[in-house]
Design a protein around this ligand. Structure first.
Ligand code: GN1
Ligand code: MG
Length: 366
């Protein structure tokens, strides 16, 4: 690694000598490292990230999207007089006018700014939930006037839920790894809820829902938080920023952070959707969106929770059926465990649809 990181430092003309690096446990897709350089006794840190080119077939499209949206956010924050813009929006470094660096053996790397005195969390108290919600809500609001059509689809049909269901059923039929029999009951349940999968596409086709600039991966650990104040800082992991539905972003934030258990909890009795946490997230997320997003979008937020949770379950189980080729796994049945956990959460969210709707409608009255 030392040699490779030295090569990347040189390519990006980063000042100082490579001093130390640590691999960060972040995300199921890319590999991320904190790299520290030393110049005249001063330490400066960067994020080096190896882009997963199995998942992102055209990494250069990510660069175009990220440059566009970060410039838009930066410009707005400067106009609003926000003092510490650097900590509130990521910077993508360039080498020879390009955002990516390819090694001789074809690995794709990029360098991003490091946010000091900040961290990400995987577990959240109510205060942190509010902060996370606000961070994402403000992000969507700031991008609400960014032209959707200027963005590329870095992963086509990423949150096209009916297509994700179809892909699951195909993988189930094909059963290339001989694993389908293990999930017969899960597949039956998925079949029973498949009728809901095209809810948003239908509303969109009827002209009742707009496409927005969305993040598409709003897990609570995709936002940097100030260590001292717990205030939300830069939203990170911008690879999947592209046109989408606002409800998916809200829903994914709830899916991850309002679950009473981890995303990959094996004991399904521990898995449930905590309505108090839902409310704390909504309290942060929805107010910045008011006036910019439609009533139909706000009313459909609870459905966003259900659909993104079902979709995530289906994606994990599809990967399980296909031999774990997409998500990084830590053990043999990891995707199966994740998929079942998400199904359990979706079931609970469906039971609590009316409760979620009641909480959500209050924001329309303000
Ligand atoms: C992946 O890499 P990470 O953890 O940020 C995935 C998301 C899933 C998530 C589930 C590009 O995100 O869509 O919701 O895992 N990202 C991609 O934890 O597929
Ligand atoms: Mg991600």
């Amino acid at each position: 690694m030392d040699q490779l990181f030295g090569e990347i430092c040189k390519a990006y003309e980063l000042k100082g000598a490579l001093y130390k690096w640590t691999r960060l446990k972040r995300g199921h897709i890319n590999d991320t490292y904190r790299v520290d350089l030393l110049e005249d006794g001063n330490e400066k840190s960067y994020l080096f990230q190896k882009v997963n080119d199995f998942v992102f077939k055209k990494p250069e499209l990510i660069v175009k999207n990220v440059k566009g949206v970060t410039a838009h956010i930066r410009c707005k924050m400067e106009a609003m007089g926000i003092s510490d813009v650097k900590r509130n929006v990521l910077k993508l470094y360039e080498t020879n006018g390009k955002g990516l660096y390819y090694t001789a053996d074809g690995q794709c790397w990029r360098v991003l700014s490091f946010v000091y005195n900040a961290t990400t969390y995987d577990e959240f108290d109510l205060k942190k939930l509010g902060a996370i919600g606000r961070g994402f809500g403000v992000f969507l609001a700031l991008l609400s006037d960014f032209p959707c059509g200027d963005l590329y689809e870095t992963i086509p049909d990423f949150h096209n839920t009916p297509k994700r269901f179809d892909a699951f059923f195909k993988a189930y039929e094909a059963d290339t790894e001989g694993r389908a029999a293990n999930i017969a009951e899960d597949a039956e349940y998925i079949r029973s809820v498949a009728c809901h999968a095209d809810r948003f596409n239908k509303l969109y086709m009827e002209g009742k829902l707009p496409l927005r600039v969305t993040h598409n991966d709003t897990k609570g650990n995709n936002i940097m938080m100030d260590i001292t104040t717990d205030e939300p800082l830069a939203v990170i992991d911008l690879d999947t920023v592209m046109p989408g539905f606002a409800m998916h972003d809200f829903g994914d934030a709830v899916r991850y952070a309002a679950n009473t258990a981890a995303e990959d909890e094996k004991d399904l009795t521990k898995v449930s959707l905590d309505l108090e946490r839902y409310k704390a997230l909504a309290d942060g997320f929805l107010p910045p969106m008011m006036g910019k997003f439609t009533d139909v979008e706000i009313r459909n937020m609870p459905w966003g929770v259900i659909l993104i949770t079902l979709e995530t379950a289906v994606r994990f189980l599809t990967d399980y059926l296909q031999g774990d080729v997409y998500f990084k796994t830590e053990y043999e049945e990891h995707n199966l465990v994740r998929g079942r956990c998400q199904l359990a959460l979706a079931k609970d969210a469906m039971k609590k649809l009316c409760d979620m709707e009641k909480i959500t409608e209050n924001y329309l009255k303000i």
